[in-house]
Design a protein. Structure first.
Length: 140
């Protein structure tokens, strides 16, 4: 079993690699004191990115925590601190991107399988948040 720091490093490395592949400049903060993990420069506009990584797929959903926790300390991210979450799912080897303004709970659930009762309202499908799609829409 990997420790949480290693799991986080894997996600950050995947996100960094993807941005380099897409020829998007990336700025990395010095040290470990910022609320964001990296900043991307997309056509002259800077976006603060917090990377979250998971190994959890349950009931047809990928689950990410939308907060920082350490022992008994929990801190939630705000619009003033980051612009986007990059979400990396280790078992699927996929990157997703979601604006912090779209986060409505403590956990981010991205559905990868249809719901059994055909519910549509409030369901966030992973395919709609794939990083390539979101970046392409931001470049327009």
């Amino acid at each position: 079993m990997k420790n949480t720091k290693l799991i986080g490093n894997i996600g950050e490395a995947k996100a960094l690699s993807k941005f380099v592949e897409l020829e998007i400049p990336v700025l990395l903060p010095f040290g470990d004191n910022e609320r964001y993990d990296m900043v991307i420069d997309l056509k002259g506009k800077f976006y603060r990115i917090q990377v979250k990584t998971t190994e959890k797929i349950t009931s047809g959903c990928i689950k990410f925590s939308a907060y920082q926790s350490y022992k008994s300390y929990t801190r939630y991210y705000t619009n003033d601190e980051i612009d986007y979450f990059i979400l990396y799912c280790i078992p699927l080897d996929k990157l997703y991107m979601m604006a912090i303004k779209d986060i409505t709970a403590n956990d981010i659930l991205l559905r990868i399988e249809p719901v059994k009762n055909n519910q549509k309202k409030l369901i966030k499908y992973a395919i709609d948040y794939e990083l390539d799609i979101i970046i392409k829409n931001m470049e327009v």
